[in-house]
Design a protein around this ligand. Sequence first.
Ligand SMILES: NC(=O)c1ccc[n+]([C@@H]2O[C@H](COP(=O)([O-])OP(=O)(O)OC[C@H]3O[C@@H](n4cnc5c(N)ncnc54)[C@H](OP(=O)(O)O)[C@@H]3O)[C@@H](O)[C@H]2O)c1
Length: 509
Amino acid sequence: MTRAWNNPLRDPRDKRLPRIAGPSSLVIFGVTGDLARKKLMPAIYDLAHRGLLPAGFSLVGFARRDWEHQDFGELVHDSVKEHARTPFKESVWNRLAEGIRFVQGTFDDDDAFDRLAQTVKDLDAERGTGGNTAFYLSIPPSAFPVVTKQLARSGLADASEETWRRVVIEKPFGRDLKSAKELNEIVNDVFPEESVFRIDHYLGKETVQNLLALRFANQLFEPIWNANYVDHVQITMAEDIGLGGRAGYYDGIGAARDVIQNHLLQLLALTAMEEPVSFAPRALRAEKVKVLSATKPLGPFEETTARGQYAGGWQGGMKVPGLLQEGGFAKDSTTETYAAVTLEVQNRRWAGVPFYLRTGKRLGRRVTEIAVVFKRAPHLPFDSTSTEELGQNALVIRVQPDEGITLRFGSKVPGTTMEVRDVTMDFGYGHAFTESSPEAYERLILDVLLGEPSLFPVNEEVELSWEILDPILDTWAKKGAPEQYPPGSWGPPSADEMLERTGRNWRRP
Ligand SMILES: NC(=O)c1ccc[n+]([C@@H]2O[C@H](COP(=O)([O-])OP(=O)(O)OC[C@H]3O[C@@H](n4cnc5c(N)ncnc54)[C@H](OP(=O)(O)O)[C@@H]3O)[C@@H](O)[C@H]2O)c1
């Protein structure tokens, strides 16, 4: 048999070949926004730089500014120069700039959408975009329904047998189960589910995808990946910054809706799911849906959850305001900036293993990690004093920054006595590979253009996530203001108490 690695004619399905998008154009709504400038436009340039966009690729910006095409071109140019991952090259930029167009208008302006439809059509004739267009809704969630309806009214959403139309939606997908269902209905009324790409940019991160490689490409971990060996799992997304300038989006939303409902529950799903039959999108999503269906919040919530709000004070030598002093927030805002919950995956693999999820702003450090903490050895044949400093074995998947994996286990301290202490073994992406990781948005925008849906949650996953979170949010809504915590700390005292009650502690990454 000829082996793949010495076969001169490589299998065309070889996943190592570069994946280049076919003829297409991308329309971005909300081009003047933070996300478009810092992430989306730089990612498009990076894809162009890596030669992964088609020759006639075209980018259309839609915004209310009274701009010419070149004004929008300048905005893209500046954001690329400032934020792109790959070096700025005049030749790459010039090729990209030829396909940049701008359409001025507001979301309720029928004429503007008709002009947009004409622009998309003209680009197809001029540059051969194949009649294929993706619409990126980088806009406030309240505008999703009106833009979706405009895309339907103007005919922009209509695909033919040979062409595709796709819509890309940013989080948050609703604010509870009811509104998520309503939003899904509005979107699915215009676009079939296979044309809807809901962005959860965490799924575009290398380390998150590596979780699947770690679990399913190795023999080492899976036999112990269950309630027989795992004591509990901690999933953390901590940020050290505050919410200055983000009141419009955040006030009334809070940490649980902003991060736990999407990013952290997706990380839980990938950590806890069964092995998919294959990595085909349908198979992967089936397992995620199954594990989310089995995931339930553990109560009583007074004891198993914690919520907090950062107070003003000193952080890193700087005086910083509390949430209530940040511009734009209501002076009596009860929006939480810290949230921690206890969940259980109620199936044979995980019964009895708590999954602790926490997220917060103005915490001690910016870090995202999944820590699988193992049970203690059933018996330690040492003097108790020899193992005083021995913790529990843990496998920590470091999602960001400093992407990699750490294994913590006990080791003998050099010397004449048998003292055992925790040590770590590290894998770091930066050391192990010469290739630098693409930005999450690069991977995800390319996947949209390729029609590759594996890394995008389906409506069922979104609704299941709200089902898990809603009872906790309802309980919190009946309480008053969240507990205050000092900036630079690891959250309110109730968060520590929540774990101490079960004899456990949060990691201090
Ligand atoms: N920023 C992030 O890191 C991030 C992360 C995850 C998800 N998201 C999501 O991504 C989306 C965009 O976020 P963002 O931070 O970029 O928001 P943003 O900075 O507030 O930008 C919103 C954009 O929408 C436009 N817009 C708002 N109302 C409009 C209207 N009635 N007609 C026409 N244009 C209108 C704004 O145009 P004007 O400039 O003309 O006002 C602006 O370009 C949101 O859904 C957000 O939840 C953002």
